[in-house]
Design a protein around this ligand. Structure first.
Ligand code: GAR
Length: 198
């Protein structure tokens, strides 16, 4: 059996923090060999920040306003570096950033569709599920992928499918996909820790 490294994670978020909450539950229950070393929020007053603070985690509020994408990205990755992060996890982080050379291949994102379908600019949150239903898809799911400098573009690391039911609303489909995300992201991180993914 492969040796499992203990990973220091930087979690980037912009919203309600359910993804962070789920990672913390997996860590607490021993299912994920990791520590959340820092949480970076792009928005003030979001539930995700409150969850991080309540868990006693180190937090940084770094909104993008009034600076270039390059300058903003550098501040984000400086925070990740200072926290000695092995892996950066975008957990409901709704922005494109420039990844510096020392983090190439060490930034992952979870997306609520089977990429490359329903990815890219504008495809986030409930928009994705509305588009899946409008297109008449019979399966959907989630994707964990490496992040590069394009929206939802980097190499796919892990996917999980869910059925789309005839009477689904965007909300009911979102809930089913999110339940799949709650398994898939920790599993991907654990596989990275075990050296089973790049
Ligand atoms: C998750 O469903 C995640 O896949 C999605 O946002 C939600 C975050 O929820 N991410 C994207 O759409 C990225 N393109 P949370 O803020 O409650 O963790």
């Amino acid at each position: 059996m492969a040796e499992v490294r203990h990973l220091r994670l930087a979690v980037l978020l912009s919203g309600s923090g359910r993804t962070l909450e789920n990672l913390l539950e997996w860590i607490d229950s021993g299912g994920l060999s990791a520590t959340v070393a820092v949480v970076v929020s792009s928005r003030p007053d979001v539930r995700g920040l409150r969850i991080a603070e309540r868990a006693g985690l180190s937090t940084r509020l770094l909104p993008p306003g009034g600076q270039s994408v390059e300058g903003w990205s550098e501040r984000i990755f400086r925070a990740c570096r200072e926290a000695r992060s092995d892996l950066v996890v975008m957990a409901g982080f709704m922005h494109l950033v420039r990844i510096p050379a020392d983090f190439t291949g060490r930034v992952i994102n979870i997306h609520p569709s089977l990429l490359p379908a329903f990815g890219g600019r504008g495809f986030h949150g409930m928009n994705v599920h509305r588009a899946v239903l409008e297109r008449g898809c019979t399966v959907s799911g989630c994707t964990v992928h490496l992040v590069d400098d394009e929206y939802d573009h980097g190499r796919v690391l892990l996917q999980r499918t869910v059925p789309v039911l005839a009477d689904d609303s965007p909300e009911s489909l979102a809930a089913r996909v999110f339940a799949a995300e709650c398994q898939t992201l920790p599993e991907a991180i654990q596989r990275i820790a075990a050296g089973m993914l790049s």
